[in-house]
Design a protein around this ligand. Structure first.
Ligand code: G
Ligand code: G
Ligand code: NA
Ligand code: MN
Length: 253
């Protein structure tokens, strides 16, 4: 009950903020894009991770409101990045609820018009198990989003249910290899094999493959050996506020 009040206050009192974690080119380590991650500037506790707020939004039927707030901030941020000469795209995490509610396409269309920003600049990150339930309806929406030029990436690939038929059948633009495979990469041959397999699948589908959770140079080295082209992780940067991210990106442009 208190979390519901927290969520309402956070939304109405501007306590939420989008942070940006760079996605880098693993060859030259330049910033190519960023993932938007929600943070909660709590009046007493400082900057908090979004887990509890997202859970609260799900259980109190406010996920669409929170999701719309996030999308609007992403569009605003794109406008700011353009103004600073950084014409990259941004990815936003989408909760299954937002797909089931059928409002996503309407929201994106509206925001794209209001901010005069093409939808091609937005990438949606979906967890792997999103399409497992109600898959026909989800597939239809995802196809429509792709036709509008919205990029769709499958987040945490290899974790969830690993439904490869779903990966095969959906028109996706990127596979994001779950960080659990990257974390124990150096001393686990199976992890390396899974990453190699993901890379082969991505190539065959014509989509990009990105590794998450890169924390060490040893991991980076193996990922380069395997041929993974893009990555994200604390080795490069955690998620940071927009002004900080702008500085990181400007060093590369
Ligand atoms: O940095 P991190 O702790 O923020 O993210 C925790 C989890 O919350 C991740 O699974 C991430 O995908 C999710 N998350 C972060 N921001 C958002 C958001 O804006 N919307 C949704 N639905 N999930 C988010
Ligand atoms: O579910 P999703 O993949 O969107 O969640 C991303 C989560 O991973 C966020 O909480 C983000 O802060 C976190 N993260 C990003 N890079 C790293 C990393 O290098 N190591 C670890 N442990 N977590 C990371
Ligand atoms: Na994500
Ligand atoms: Mn992920």
């Amino acid at each position: 009950l208190t979390l519901k009040a927290d969520l309402k206050r956070a939304l109405s009192q501007n306590e939420l903020e989008l942070y940006f974690q760079p996605k880098v080119d693993l060859t030259d380590l330049s910033v190519v894009s960023a993932e938007c991650l929600l943070r909660w500037n709590h009046p007493l506790d400082g900057v908090l991770f979004p887990g509890p707020l997202i859970e609260a939004a799900e259980s109190y039927n406010m996920m669409n409101e929170l999701g719309y707030w996030t999308l609007e901030q992403a569009f605003r941020s794109l406008v700011e990045l353009d103004a600073k000469g950084i014409p990259i795209s941004l990815s936003v995490n989408i909760s299954p609820t937002q797909l089931y509610d059928n409002q996503l396409i309407g929201s994106l269309t509206l925001l794209s018009k209001s901010y005069n920003m093409p939808m091609q600049r937005i990438e949606l990150e979906l967890t792997e198990d999103v399409a497992l339930s109600n898959s026909l309806m989800v597939k239809k929406q995802l196809d429509e989003l792709r036709q509008l030029g919205v990029a769709i990436s499958v987040d945490d690939f290899g974790k969830g249910y690993s439904n490869l038929a779903y990966i095969r059948d959906l028109d996706i633009t990127a596979l994001k290899i779950d960080k659990t495979f990257v974390m124990e990469l150096a001393d686990n041959a199976v992890n390396r094999a899974i990453i190699e397999a993901a890379n082969i699948i991505g190539k065959a589908k014509g989509c990009s493959v990105i590794a998450e959770g890169i924390e060490t140079l040893a991991q980076l080295h193996i990922l380069r050996e395997v041929g993974i082209k893009q990555g994200q992780g604390y080795l490069f940067s955690k998620a940071v506020p927009l002004n900080k991210f702008t500085q990181l990106a400007q060093q590369d442009i």
